[in-house]
Design a protein. Structure first.
Length: 121
């Protein structure tokens, strides 16, 4: 997408409180929350990015695919929370288990309090 002529980008979780005079100056694009199938791709993408970004340090010690139980544990979270939860679970898993290759499972996320999503999707 060529955004070279874009002057302003604004985001809002809810547009009901934004005055009509301001909304009328924008092109409003609503982004729906991802479906369950799309959420699997979001979780896999975030997980893959974490592994790639840390491949030379510790990322190569984790399997590249997410497990079904991991998806189930993360499916109601927003992207920022997913990153935090995966990073924390990876650290705790590597610290508590001594294996050549680690597989994250749903149980690795059991101690996380699932917050209600307030921003993002």
């Amino acid at each position: 997408m060529n955004c070279s002529y874009v002057s302003w980008v604004a985001t809002a979780n809810h547009d009901a409180a934004i005055p009509e005079a301001i909304i009328s100056r924008f092109t409003v694009i609503e982004v729906e929350a991802p479906s369950a199938d799309q959420m699997v791709n979001v979780i896999q993408s975030i997980y893959s990015d974490i592994l790639h970004d840390n491949r030379d340090i510790w990322g190569s010690h984790f399997v590249p695919e997410v497990s079904d139980s991991m998806i189930e544990a993360l499916d109601n979270q927003g992207p920022r929370e997913i990153v935090k939860m995966i990073m924390a679970a990876m650290g705790r898993t590597a610290k508590s288990r001594k294996e050549a290759v680690y597989v994250l499972e749903g149980g690795d996320f059991k101690d996380f309090k699932k917050p209600v999503r307030r921003i993002g999707f």
